[in-house]
Design a protein around this ligand. Structure first.
Ligand code: ZN
Ligand code: ZN
Length: 213
């Protein structure tokens, strides 16, 4: 059980780490990485509901592909067909299995946190129980300048990481080493993409779109 929980926590941390990197560093103008990796995250701040119009493949394709190496590695244990090997590595297998499942579901969970129309009761239950990212919880990240609550799988780590100033400390360290400022091109890109005053309008839109659930 502990290893299952650790797998889910690791997935939540990875979601936060990847999200933080894309939100905080680099520019959409970078070749390849800028367009393929950074741009979708920055666009999501400008139009948070666009993700709700993505189909299943567009939402989950990248994450499903990302876990393929892990699943191949897991297959090694089951292909061996040796009960003893599986028993010896049981905790490790449980950890990887839950990690893979929650990494694969991260974008789907994130999408669900942006849907404010009717949702199946069991999804609402999972959100209310904080087993998957709750809508109200994720709303905190969408307040400009998007510098906290990056974890988007379960959101379990957001509060503890905020308490210890994890992301801001990491940003200070990186800034002191590289001289790069976090989120330096965020506003510039937003204004270029949708015209000033984009961010205030977007925030009003978010506030109006989110019920007080
Ligand atoms: Zn973000
Ligand atoms: Zn979001």
């Amino acid at each position: 059980m502990v290893f299952n929980i650790c797998g889910i926590i690791s997935a939540d941390f990875l979601s936060g780490l990847v999200h933080w990197m894309a939100d905080t560093w680099g520019s959409v103008e970078l070749t390849v990485v800028g367009q393929a990796f950074i741009r979708p995250f920055r666009e999501h701040h400008i139009d948070p509901t666009a993700i709700t119009r993505h189909d299943f493949i567009e939402t989950n394709g990248d994450n499903f592909m990302a876990i393929i190496p892990g699943l191949v590695y897991l297959l090694y244990f089951f292909r061996s067909n040796e009960y003893k090997i599986i028993c010896l590595n049981y905790n490790w297998i449980c950890y990887l299995f839950l990690l893979a499942i929650f990494v694969a579901m991260t974008n789907q969970i994130h999408q669900l946190s942006h849907i404010y129309g009717p949702l199946p009761v069991w999804i609402l239950f999972l959100q209310d129980m904080h087993i998957i990212l709750p809508r109200k919880h994720h709303r905190i990240h969408h307040i400009s300048p998007h510098e906290t609550y990056f974890c988007i799988t379960t959101g379990w780590l957001n509060f503890p990481l905020e308490i210890i100033h994890f992301w801001s400390a990491l940003e200070l360290i990186i800034q002191s080493i590289t001289g790069c400022k976090p989120r330096s091109d965020d506003l510039k890109w937003a204004q270029k993409g949708l015209g000033a005053p984009t961010l205030p309008n977007t925030l009003n839109h978010i506030e109006q779109a989110i019920p007080s659930h």
